[in-house]
Unconditional design. Sequence first.
Length: 189
Amino acid sequence: MKTIAISGYKGHELGIFDQKHKGIYYIKKAIEQRLRSLVEEGVEWVIISGQLGVELWAAEVVIALKVDYPQVQLAVLTPFLQQEENWQEATKSYYQEIINQADFVDSITKRPYDNPAQLRQKNEFIISKVDGLLLLYDEDKPGSPTYYLEVAKKKQEKESFPVLFITPTDLELLVQEEQFDNFSTEWES
């Protein structure tokens, strides 16, 4: 696997409304753990569409991983031009920082938003270009990642296409491990 798309929920779908939320730390840590092993197995490109939430947090992880893995590349393929146009200024600024550090940026439809089909086209296009999908997803909580998953499942019917998940259980285990590690460190001192 040389290319992987990463997606998941938007921040508001997770009840996360600002960049200081402690849950982001664990989400990024889970993405980093999965990405490190994927990069060591040969992943060279990480593709996102630049949506707020899991995708941009994943982009931050990829950018940070470049220190240890300079070969890993980040591509941002937006569904349409100026997707950030109606976002708040702080969010636009955060998005622009990531875009500026990406290795490749382009828009799938070469026009501003004009209909929801552009989002479906984005999912289909990205899934057609990658070798696998890493999705932060809870089967009991459908949301925006469901659309990506549907396209990936269709691709799986025709060919081998790995869909890897980061689940709520994975995140809970990370939190527990970290709490245990912190407790052990405090206990030893």
